[in-house]
Design a protein. Structure first.
Length: 434
């Protein structure tokens, strides 16, 4: 099954409307992807689950939504202008560009064996211009991380919410990096979405809070149903740390292309608040009015990727099962993540009374549960379609339903079927989905 798993997932994503190649009718923009009707539902469900777990279920984390465009001085102070580089090398023959860290035999092109140029630093930030005049003064960057939007609002949060340490800010949003070697479908792209928490703590508590967040974040992935064997923690060595971090542990997923990072949980120390204080001239220290001391809090940062998590969830949920002589493809997504919860299907689409009843049931369910109605094929085909997008329950309306006022509910994972009265259907499903 793991053979060609990635190809199978990519193909299912296109076939069923999860993820499409961007601008496909023009030949596609390389390594850029659009989320279709089921993809956007899965992504929104994932973000909702993250927000619930880090904002609503806690008392000490507040949500934010900062702008993508920020004052250019932010990126000087944050160290991104100076340090956010990858080393790149170009092949003199085939002209392909490589990230030096990815090339094992550093002297030769991995594609054609040609001679490589000297390694040169390449800043990963996308630069553009604001306003009508394109000069140095109008230069602006697309943010490469959402984090800075939270650091520069630290004072606003202190002044408006008066929180006590430890407290955090949480934000979901787009980030952009001009990656030298994007690839592996949505795993590494130039436009992606991050889910980041900046958790401000007393410096002496930083090590303990880092461990707490690593555990909390690891458990979040487990609770979403990702197989434990496919998750691991990778503490960074000194040479792997970003310019701002003192310690970091990655949560990695066992993708078909190897173990790779889903999320990093870092101790950013007081680097960012100090840097922005110095560069802006505003004092970003915290005043503890019990101890009567003023200091820069340390920051613990759990930073995950929405697109990577969606990809891991799709890969992990993909199942092929032999049913009689058929192959059943089913996405066994967690109930909170499945894009569609219920599909209502008439068994005979040429019987108007059945179609009408099925549509009425769907209309009623739609008010509280994400429900679709489908009568575009024979029942076997409709089941297969719903299995492939991970729909949790198929409700079938048949001739008997007209008489006994019951429908058949089919469970996605077990394919077991049971009769449920139409009057009780909404309660029945709401209970299952709670
Ligand atoms: N603020 C810290 C930060 O940005 P990072 O490890 O560079 O740390 C955090 O990025 C997360 O963002 C990664 O764990 C990954 O999930 C996601 N991410 C980073 N670069 C990405 C890319 N090019 N494509 C997709 N996701 C990416």
């Amino acid at each position: 099954m793991s053979e060609n798993l990635m190809d199978k997932v990519v193909s299912l994503c296109k076939r069923r409307g999860f993820i499409f190649h961007s601008s496909e009718i023009y030949g596609g923009l390389s390594n850029t992807w659009d989320y279709g009707p089921y993809g956007v539902e899965l992504k929104n469900n994932l973000k909702r689950s993250w927000w619930k777990s880090v904002v609503y279920e806690r008392d000490d984390v507040f949500g934010m939504d900062a702008a993508i465009l920020m004052h250019p001085k932010v990126w000087e102070a944050s160290g991104h202008v100076e340090n956010f580089f990858d080393l790149k090398s170009d092949c003199k023959s085939c002209k392909k560009r490589f990230k030096v860290a990815d090339i094992k035999e550093r002297k030769k092109c991995p594609e054609c064996g040609g001679e490589l140029t000297e390694a040169r630093p390449f800043n990963l930030m996308f630069k553009t211009h604001q306003g009508a005049v394109e000069d140095a003064a109008s230069s602006i960057y697309l943010r490469p991380e959402t984090a800075q939007g939270m650091f520069v609002n630290f004072l606003n949060i202190l002044d408006s919410k008066h929180p006590k340490l430890p407290f955090g800010l949480a934000q979901i949003g787009k980030a952009f990096r001009n990656e030298i070697t994007p690839g592996n479908f949505t795993f590494r792209t130039r436009e992606f979405e991050q889910m980041e928490i900046e958790y401000f703590v007393r410096p002496e508590e930083a090590d303990e809070k880092l461990e707490e967040w690593i555990e909390a974040r690891f458990n979040w992935y487990l609770n979403l149903g990702i197989r434990k064997d496919n998750l691991r923690q990778h503490p960074h060595g000194k040479d792997e740390l970003a310019h701002y971090a003192k310690a970091c542990t990655d949560i990695e997923y066992n993708f078909p292309f190897g173990w790779s990072e889903l999320e990093g949980i870092a101790n950013r120390t007081d680097f960012d608040l100090r840097q922005h204080s110095q560069a802006s001239g505003k004092d970003l220290q915290y005043f503890d009015n019990v101890a009567k001391e003023r200091f820069y809090p340390y920051i613990i940062e759990p930073s995950g990727g929405v697109d990577r998590s969606v990809l891991a969830l799709l890969v992990d949920a993909y199942n092929e099962e032999k049913v009689k002589d058929d192959l059943r493809v089913v996405l066994k997504l967690h109930k909170d993540l499945a894009p569609v919860k219920v599909a209502v299907l008439p068994l005979l689409r040429n019987r108007p009374e059945i179609v009408e009843l099925a549509k009425k049931i769907a209309r009623n369910l739609k008010k509280s549960v994400v429900t679709v109605y489908d009568d575009t094929g024979a029942i076997g085909k409709l089941y297969r379609r719903q299995d492939e997008v991970g729909t949790l329950y198929c409700v079938t309306v048949d001739v008997q339903s007209l008489e006994d006022k019951q429908v058949t509910v089919r469970h996605r994972d077990t394919m077991q079927q049971e009769r449920v009265s139409i009057d009780n259907l909404k309660n029945y499903l709401e209970e299952k989905l709670a």
